[in-house]
Structure formats: C-alpha cells, structure tokens
Unconditional design. Structure first.
Length: 565
C-alpha cells in the first residue's frame, strides 16, 4: 500500500505536474523514487514504448546510479545516468549547433583572457606569460575549428584544438544550446517526457536552471526533484529549488532509521520538517554531548573505550562509526598525516571529490598501484591481468609476474613511495600515465610536492587507501551521506577548518556569518542523522556559555559532560 506522500507523487505524474519531494533523513527517499519509477512502468509502459520514449533519472554519483538500476530490475525504459552523461546524450548529435556554441564559448574565454592581460603590469611576468599562453591556445583552437571539419566531443580532458571539452564546459555549452534552439528542447522533452533528479540539493545550480528554465514549461512534460535541502554538503549544489518555479512541494516526515531520541534531536536542529517514528520503528537510544578542554594526544578509540563502551553496552570499540568532519583528523588518527599535509597545505582537500582522483598525476598513479595490490591479495586474477601492463607471453613470464607481484606486495610495507613506484614502473607492472610523463618538474611548486611525496613511507598510502575504501571506522562528511550506523561518534573541532564551519557560533546562534551558520547547521544535521540507535558528539574546541546552554537544551543537561583531563 502506497503512503500518502507516494500517492501525491503518483498524482503529480498522472497530471503531468512538476514537483519537489523533500525527504528528511531516514524517511526512505530512494524507496519513494523507485516506487515512482515503478508506478510509471505500471501505468505508462505501453505508451512509452509506442512513442519511443524513455524516463530519465539523473543521479549524483555512479553508486546511486547502479543502485537505482538494480532496484528497477534494469528496465530498458529507464535511462539512469549522471547529469553530465545525460546532457551529452541530449546534445551530441547536434554537431553543427555544438560547433557554433563551442566557438562562442572560446570567443568568450579569449575576450576575458585579453581583458585580464590588459590589467597586468609588466612586472607580473609569470601571470602575463600564463595569460598570453591561454590567449594563444584559444586563438589556435578557434582557427582549428573554423578551418577543419572536426567532430565536437565531450571527454575527461579538454583539447580545444581537437574539439574536445570537459565537465565544466559541458554545462555551459548545454545551457547555450538549450537557450538558443527551441526545436532541440522540443526533441528532448518529446524523447524524455519525465525526468527525475536524485539528490537535487547537491546538483549544480546551472544544471537545475537548465531543467527549470528551458524544459519545465513544455507540454506533456514532468520534472521530479528528490532530496532534502538540509542535506546539502557540496558547495556547488543548489541547496533549495527556487520558490519562483512554483513546483508542488511534497514532504516526507517519517524517520524509519533513527531512535526516538535521535529523532527528537533532529527536530531541534531543523524546524521546516518535524519527523516522527512510524509504528514499524520503536528504537530507543542514548544521545550524549562531551566537551573536552585538553585535546593533547586525543584518540577517538581510547575515548570510546573510556566513555562510551559501558554507557552504550558495546562489545567492541569498533562497533562505533566515527565521523570526523575533516580529513586532517582522520589522517592523524590513521597515521598518514604527512601524506595529508603535502596534498592539503593545511586545508581539507585530500578527500574532496566523488572518485578521489585528480589531486596529482602521481597520487592517481598510486591509487592504481594500490588497486593492483588488492586485486592480487584477493586473488582476483582476471581483473588484475586486465589492469596491468605486463605482457604474458609464456609460462616463464607467468612465473616471473607472480614473483614480481609477491615482491611488490611486500615492499609496499617497508619502502618509500619512490621505491614502490620505481619497482612497478621498471618492471612494467604498470606504465606511467601520459600526465606523469608530462609532469613539469621544472615548476618549483610541483617539484617540491614530488620530492616530498617520494620520500614518504608507502605504508602511509596503504592506510590512506583503506580510508578511501572505507575499511576503517572513520569517515568524513563527504562519504557518509545516505549511510546509517547503529552507533555514531561525531568529532567537532573548530580549530580544524578555516572559514567553512564554526560550531561555537552555530550552537550560540550567532548569525553574523549567515552562510557559514547554514552550512554548519546542514553538516550537523547530516552527521547526526546517520545514527540509528546511539549518538555522541565530542567537541574538542572552546565553547561559549551561550553555546553550552543551547547544547544542554538540545541534548538535556544530564547528557552534557565536561571532560577536563
């Protein structure tokens, strides 16, 4: 039997009315999305097949994409894709229009760069050289596109002369095409009469604008946004759908995940949705807030052992999911702080994107190396052979490879990163990428990074990789949204980030920096709502009296504990 909210979604689909489903944490947002897709399949399959149409479901990550495909049984009428893949699928066949708009973008970039150059003094030698180089690149690309028949392509890496652009340019070019060609808009809405967007709050503003400004008003077309504005954690996300678009608002207020105690806290953190426990969820738990003034040699696991294990009746400290809100603290706890420092320059960037790639060519190469070690250790030989560069020509070469890989797995534990990279490359286990070959060691900053990286123990990278794969109890805000855990410990430390968050200001309701206040509130909501039963927060930085009063109100005074040692 469908819930009231699901019936509202079905009614919007039936009447071709665009909507926003705001689903509080633990309310079953993905379940409702899948139910909506199944409703369309049950009621509109014949019509869709007859018209050669498909439903589109835009997801934020490939993990979410795979989950939805699996839960809709790989139905061919549902096109599940990331926004970049979807936009490219919409526009790639319109090559003449693509070329016009690509050239338009390059002309804009050229004009902007020329304007920048004009503002630079003769003393700004490096900046002028960079600007002049960009101007030359744009001019060469424009001449190339105007003088040759070149197919325009979307790729991971841009090469303007060859007609290739990457992620950021795709959004801009798609917007240009959608805004300029009504016939293309009509073709898209005729082909895809229903488009759903999952995790709308983390979808780029420009992407949402394309859908709302150029597609929403088409006849026989429905847009459905699924997510929660209070769970926005990526700065590029839109957060909230602008009210001016007058979409039907549907709110999910059940919380099937959390204990009554956690839900009561969540209702204090936010007022726009008040959640309740459905009859199927009767969990009770304990919520606690600790403030520790002496943070010397703080260890999360030792803290759990001393302060939570008995209170929560835990069998092991590993029964607790530790949510550090910056990666710096995870690096310190897991023993790869040196690796973190050279990547981050004291900022929280080592885990900064969805696939953890792009920090440097060497870091990407090390991830590839470590993936080989895991494949070999787990005896996933077929996948291993696909990934390596080593040529298998005879029984002797097979025997040689096995010996090399055994050595490789062992030296990882004791050698420097430089030694492991040289062993892997020199023995043709994994050849250098083109980006490594082109890495500019004459650049002082890049050379400094390279030399520091090469001198770090490879064992640090092993520990970092384990965190990437979530093989430790530790996580940051970026890779926990959507997850749930019985017992959660949240580590708060205002000394660990620059200007992004401030929990003392947040708890004391200081609105001097409203944007930071809202970001802090969203972050706190996301991490606290991961808890199914028990939740503890420990603050390792100073708290004002005003902040302490609010914390005691939210957690109850008996659950606020000062630790002075």
């Amino acid at each position: 039997m469908a819930s009231v909210e699901e019936e509202q979604v079905f009614d919007c689909i039936k009447n071709k009315k665009s909507f926003v489903l705001d689903a509080g944490a633990g309310s079953g947002k993905t379940w409702t999305l899948v139910q909506a897709l199944n409703y369309i399949l049950e009621t509109k399959s014949k019509e869709l097949k007859k018209n050669g149409q498909k439903i589109v479901c835009i997801t934020y990550t490939n993990i979410a994409k795979d989950e939805i495909i699996e839960r809709t049984e790989h139905n061919e009428l549902i096109n599940v894709s990331t926004i970049h893949d979807f936009l490219w699928k919409c526009i790639k066949r319109f090559q003449s229009e693509l070329k016009v708009k690509f050239l338009e973008l390059l002309e804009e970039k050229l004009a902007k760069e020329q304007e920048t150059l004009n503002t630079l003094t003769l003393r700004a030698v490096k900046e002028r050289e960079k600007s002049e180089s960009n101007i030359t690149r744009y001019k060469e690309a424009i001449n190339s596109l105007n003088s040759k028949t070149i197919k325009i392509n979307y790729d991971n890496f841009s090469n303007y002369k060859e007609g290739k652009f990457s992620h950021d340019a795709l959004i801009v070019i798609a917007e240009k095409i959608f805004s300029s060609y009504p016939k293309i808009r009509k073709i898209i809405t005729d082909t895809y009469p229903i488009i759903f967007v999952d995790e709308y709050q983390d979808t780029q503003k420009e992407t949402v604008a394309i859908l709302l400004n150029y597609l929403k008003e088409k006849q026989d077309f429905t847009l459905g946004f699924f997510g929660d504005k209070r769970q926005q954690i990526y700065d590029t996300g839109i957060g909230e759908i602008p009210a001016e678009h007058k979409l039907k608002l549907i709110q999910k207020t059940e919380n099937y995940r959390s204990s009554k105690d956690v839900i009561e806290l969540l209702n204090k953190i936010r007022s726009d949705i008040q959640q309740y426990q459905p009859p199927t969820n009767t969990r009770r738990g304990k919520i606690l807030f600790f403030h520790k003034s002496d943070t010397t040699n703080f260890s999360a696991k030792l803290f759990i052992e001393q302060h939570l294990k008995d209170k929560w009746k835990l069998y092991s400290v590993d029964d607790v999911k530790i949510l550090y809100l910056t990666h710096r603290l995870i690096a310190k706890e897991n023993g790869y702080e040196e690796l973190y420092q050279i990547h981050s320059k004291n900022q929280d960037v080592l885990i900064r994107n969805k696939d953890n790639r792009g920090l440097s060519p060497y870091t990407d190469y090390l991830i590839d190396i470590e993936e080989l070690a895991i494949l070999f250790s787990e005896k996933r030989i077929q996948q291993l052979l696909k990934n390596i560069s080593f040529e298998m020509r005879s029984f002797d070469s097979t025997k040689k490879l096995k010996g090399l890989l055994n050595n490789f797995v062992e030296i990882r534990k004791t050698k420097k990163i430089k030694d492991v990279i040289e062993f892997v490359a020199n023995n043709n286990i994994l050849v250098f990428t083109e980006k490594i070959k082109k890495y500019d060691l004459e650049d002082k900053e890049k050379k400094d990074f390279y030399e520091k990286l090469m001198n770090i123990d490879y064992s640090q990278f092993i520990r970092f990789y384990q965190v990437l794969q979530d093989n430790t109890p530790f996580s940051t805000k970026h890779n926990t949204k959507g997850d749930e855990f019985n017992n959660v410990l949240v580590i708060v430390d205002d000394n660990s980030w620059k200007q992004n968050y401030n929990f003392d200001d947040y708890f004391s309701n200081n609105l001097a920096n409203e944007q930071r206040h809202n970001k802090t509130s969203n972050l706190f909501y996301v991490v606290c709502s991961r808890a199914k039963i028990n939740l503890a927060v420990i603050c390792l930085s100073p708290l004002s009296d005003e902040a302490k009063l609010r914390i005691k109100e939210w957690f109850q005074a008996s659950n606020y504990i000062e630790i002075n040692t």
